[in-house]
Design a binder for this molecule. Sequence first.
Ligand code: COA
Ligand code: MG
Length: 299
Amino acid sequence: MNRTKTPRARRAILYVPGNETRKIEKAVTLGADSVCLDLEDGVAPNRKAEARETIARAFRALAFGASEKLGRINGVGTGFEIDDLEALVPAHPDGIVVPKVNDAEELRWVSARVREIEIREQIAPGSIALLGMIESARGLVNAVAIANADARVEALIFGAEDYAADVGATRTREGLEVLYARSAVVAACAAADIQAIDLLYLDFRDADGLRAETRRGAQLGYVGTQVIHPNQVPLVQEIFTPDDAAIAAAQRIVDAAAEHLAQGRGAFALDHKMVDMPIIKAAERVLARARAAGKIAME
Ligand code: COA
Ligand code: MG
């Protein structure tokens, strides 16, 4: 499957507790690709109602600049989810983050509710995206179906802490205990041609650790990650932006490929290395990411 439009960059998704007005006001000034106002685990149960109102007001009144407006609802089946959607969707966010997705039916259910509210509120049908979180064993084994659940689904987000707790893994600095799931989420997303967003690095004062963890995610195929603190935003966005040398190298491969393919050659040599389809596809991905990040012009 090949999508016609370049997906928007989601190099950093910055979470903000939905009842903390001061942080919300700060979050929209930081240049994060996405700002996610949270109703789930960042908000105490006795503050959910207040947070719904605060988030709806922020979506309507605050200037998000180029940042994507996201709201995270509580999981389907928690009993909070309908009120969450009724509060957030009429304020027309760009997308809804659905946590702890266990099967595709949950996202289809959310999509149908969003559609009803869009119609009622005269919001363009289908204009609100869904980002589903994979953070349970059931979610992981159903990840391919979840990634393909609905046309609104633009990304899956890997939740490592909840996943580890669900399967009984012990989190370590090396992260081998979540590597299988972390890679499986990337594969499910690639198969469905949607974005994969990486795990959250909790120690927000440790820039070196964040850098290493984020690079590892980028190497695995992630195009963005979740963050919780302003300092983390520029650091991860830089890692997920191809640098000038990478863009130039990718452009050279794509240009040379066009020439050779026109002459009927699928494999050719460039700088004493073989180039064929997987190398060309990887180069095209680099250019797509550079376009989404605004470093080169859109096609
Ligand atoms: N978004 C916007 N602003 C934030 C922020 C966030 N996620 N986290 C911190 N800030 C602000 C603080 O309000 C403070 O602003 P100020 O100087 O104007 O008062 C500044 O950034 C520095 O904050 P700092 O003192 O370093 O952090 P803290 O100890 O106040 O907060 C956390 C630490 C983890 C509680 C906070 O970063 C946070 O709430 N993160 C989001 C948590 C969340 O949403 N979890 C659920 C999803 S996983
Ligand atoms: Mg979680």
